[in-house]
Design a protein around this ligand. Structure first.
Ligand code: ADP
Length: 266
């Protein structure tokens, strides 16, 4: 709470009273704190790959270049770290556009069965590599929905890519669509992966929050995938929820309003 006191001056009478303004600054402080955390996180996330790139470049300079096998490995590390930085900056720009409403939705009638088939196709190589089986189920009667296909593709890509990253070889992923009511559609991505501890569930959509930072980084993650998914779904007037059981698996469900004509839900 911030208290500001201002004296009331009356001509010839000096101070005749005081105005006290009580201001609740808790919300302001919370926002400022999360802004500071965000900047610290971004700096850290960029510094880590830069430090790695620097040390591997120095090692190449110091002689690793003359050993072809070692040199090649070091160049591979530099390329991976650079790609991760590009992904991070791309994700940050995307989030910033979403935050400032500079990513207007271009809704089109979109076939849900086709959209789900295509997301599974995009990841078929990665799933095959980990011997993960995928199943797609779409409830009868679900055909097309008005949505921004590019943006919802990004949501589905983030969810399916997480499901693959955090599922062990030989696991299973299900992508399903059903109607929880007459005015909305629910799309779920369910995996039989490592799951998320209960204590982390409440923060899992926070920017840069990861259960296991090292694991996420090794998998090429930026820690922004779920936050981006949530912002895109919110812009569509929908919600996204996550259920998880440690060592059993995770289900992420996106609920979108079924619009008749592409109009805004609000
Ligand atoms: P990341 O790039 O680290 O995957 P996300 O924002 O997509 O970032 O996810 C945040 C964290 O949530 C991940 O680091 C991981 O710990 C956890 N997570 C997300 N999806 C899953 C999943 N399907 N199974 C287990 N953990 C998950």
């Amino acid at each position: 709470m911030r208290v500001t006191l201002s004296p009331i001056h009356r001509r010839d009478k000096g101070i005749s009273g005081t105005i006290a303004v009580l201001q609740d600054v808790t919300e302001q402080e919370r926002l400022e704190q999360s802004r500071r955390e965000f900047v610290a996180n971004v700096s850290h996330e960029l510094r880590t790959p830069l430090t790695t790139i620097k040390s591997y470049a120095e090692a190449l300079d110091d002689g690793a270049l003359s050993e072809p096998e070692l040199g090649q490995r070091f160049v591979g590390v530099i390329r991976n770290e650079t790609e991760r930085m590009i992904r991070l900056v791309t994700d940050l720009l995307h989030l910033s556009r979403l935050d400032s409403n500079q990513a207007p939705l271009r809704r089109l009638a979109t076939s849900v069965p086709d959209m789900l088939e295509e997301v599974a196709d995009r990841f078929s190589f990665q799933m095959r590599k980990k011997q993960i089986r995928a199943a797609i189920r779409v409830e009868d009667g679900i055909t097309s929905v008005w949505l921004d296909r590019d943006q919802i593709d990004q949501v589905l890509d983030n969810l399916v890519s997480n499901a693959i990253k955090y599922t062990l070889d030989g696991g299973r992923i299900e992508i399903t669509a059903h109607k929880p009511g007459s005015t909305s559609i629910a799309i779920s991505v369910k995996d039989t992966g490592i799951g998320i501890p209960r204590k982390d569930l409440s923060r899992i959509f926070d920017r840069f929050y990861r259960v296991d930072k090292a694991r996420s980084r090794n998998m090429g993650g930026t820690g922004l995938g779920l936050s981006i998914a949530r912002e895109i779904v919110k812009a569509h007037g929908g919600t996204v929820t996550l259920d998880s059981e440690l060592n059993e698996g995770t289900t992420v469900t996106v609920i979108l309003p079924m619009l008749q004509d592409g109009g805004d839900p609000s």
